[in-house]
Design a protein around this ligand. Structure first.
Ligand SMILES: Cc1cc2nc3c(=O)[nH]c(=O)nc-3n(C[C@H](O)[C@H](O)[C@H](O)COP(=O)(O)O)c2cc1C
Length: 342
């Protein structure tokens, strides 16, 4: 496929992700059913609550990762530059979207590291791209390009199956992940993109040596829907039954924690605010992840970027998480993980 059609696809993805999320944002989510145990006797000072967290050798102001979105086009590069700069200013972690397009066209994103030397910065490749010796070499280049703190590998078979240009050959991915964990010399984070990692998959990843996962569950950005909207009417009828396939966020987090008690779990897939993150920590996650909501904050419909809106969104999440700790009698975010599930 030409670079031009790949760029058009990435632009369409960004616009459809923003549009579909705006349309579904007010519908009820399984996370809304989760109630934190309210404590009317906190014996704490709200302003002294510790919401910091450690992640990949970085001290973060809050356990939050802006998960990877896009890459490889001029628009994506501007978006990523703004995301990384604001994330670094606020001491939160940030991932890039797939680096495949930029690496294959000989571009480097090393300026992201040069301009933000202290950023907690995660690289990204699709699972099908890491298979075999060429895949391993690509992953090495992806991790080295901007001295990534970790390399994320995304598992997105539902999206690829519905995408008109999608990859259908998924053999050898598990072995390739195991090889990266063994030989890459950079932590590997395995993630979905919005349909969720199930407990059996987490168990297999854990057995392969993976110690960081992002469940990227159903309930937020819906890639099946985004690709469905790009299909012709015949194909839409064919794929309709699959639009709601996946694992929702509470089930994904609880299943992952049971499957792999010692793994770092990032909870994403429809996380909208700091209270949502508190709920996921309560269910067993270590951090929250947000993509679509951050895109909404940063970019408007005219594709103009507003870094100040993204800053405000992050500050709001920090305040909400602090409040959630206070109102459950938790003196730190770690204490949220110890609250009894009634
Ligand atoms: C516009 C857009 C592009 C994305 N591109 C990638 C990608 O290249 N690689 C990846 O691992 N995930 C990608 N994702 C998935 C997100 O990292 C995240 O897993 C997913 O959107 C669920 O989180 P959310 O509900 O907060 O959006 C993308 C998401 C969005 C919104």
């Amino acid at each position: 496929m030409s670079n031009n059609s790949a760029s058009k696809r990435k632009d369409a993805h960004l616009d459809l992700a923003r549009k579909t999320l705006a349309e579904t944002r007010d519908s009820t989510r399984p996370l809304d059913e989760i109630e934190l145990p309210y404590c009317a006797l906190p014996e704490l000072n709200l302003d002294e609550i510790d919401i910091t967290a450690r992640f990949l050798s970085h001290q973060l102001s809050v356990p939050l990762l802006i998960t990877g979105m896009t890459g490889g086009t001029a628009r994506a590069d501007k978006l990523n530059a703004a995301l990384v700069e604001v994330a670094c200013q606020h001491q939160i972690a940030v991932g890039l979207g797939s680096q495949r397009a930029s690496l294959e066209s000989g571009q480097s994103q090393k300026n992201l590291r040069k301009n933000n030397p202290k950023a907690c910065l995660i690289g990204n490749l699709g699972a099908v791209q890491i298979v075999g010796d060429t895949g391993f070499a690509l992953a090495q280049r992806a991790a080295d390009d901007f001295e990534a703190d970790a390399l994320a590998i995304h598992l997105n078979p539902l999206q690829e199956a519905i995408q008109p240009e999608g990859d259908h050959g998924w053999q050898g991915v598990e072995a390739a992940i195991m090889r990266l964990v063994d030989k890459l010399g950079c932590p590997i984070l395995v993630k979905e993109v919005g349909a969720g990692l199930s407990a059996p998959v987490v168990r297999r990843l854990h057995a392969a040596g993976v110690r960081h996962i992002d469940v990227a569950a159903r309930g937020g950005t819906n890639w099946a829907l985004i690709e469905w909207l790009r299909q012709n009417p015949d194909k839409q009828a064919l794929y309709s039954p699959f639009l709601s396939m996946g694992i929702d966020l509470p089930n994904a987090v609880q299943g992952a924690r049971q499957a792999a008690p010692d793994i770092t779990i990032i909870a994403s897939g429809g996380v909208q605010n700091g209270l949502d993150i508190a709920k996921t920590l309560f269910l067993g996650a270590d951090m929250g992840g947000m993509a679509g909501e951050m895109l909404q904050a940063l970019e408007d419909e005219a594709r103009t970027l507003h870094p100040s809106r993204l800053s405000e969104k992050i500050e709001q999440v920090q305040t909400q998480l602090r409040l959630a700790c206070f109102l459950t009698g938790s003196k730190s975010v770690r204490d949220l993980q110890k609250l009894p599930i009634l």
